[in-house]
Design a binder for this molecule. Sequence first.
Ligand code: ZN
Length: 138
Amino acid sequence: MNEKASPRPIAEIASYHAHIYYAGQTERQHAEWLRLRIGERFRVRLGNWRDEKVGPHEQAMYQVSFANEIFGALVPWLMLNHGGLSILIHPNTQNPKRDHLVDPVWIGRPLGVHGEVLPDEHEAEEALEPNTEPTLPA
Ligand code: ZN
């Protein structure tokens, strides 16, 4: 990186996604277990089950959309509870391609991501309206 370049400000990040991947019956069962417990503990938007590959994703998965202030609790909780599943955590900025390919963090084993299908310029996605009602502490 150019020494004189300014660092990218954190304000570029409008929200985050976690993509929780699974393959086969055992992993899907853990993905179900995880989904239920995320919903009990965090204000997030749980996306639909995607049993078929979709967009840049190489395996079946579901998406969790969450606001920046949730990151500090949800991501460490997923580190402890992923149960071997691969989870892609990426920021949502104005560059979806870079968000997925260059700047994400992985929990568990990293998988391929077909970033070539993503635009490198797009309006940054705000966190989607939460559809969970958490009642338990993380
Ligand atoms: Zn995403």
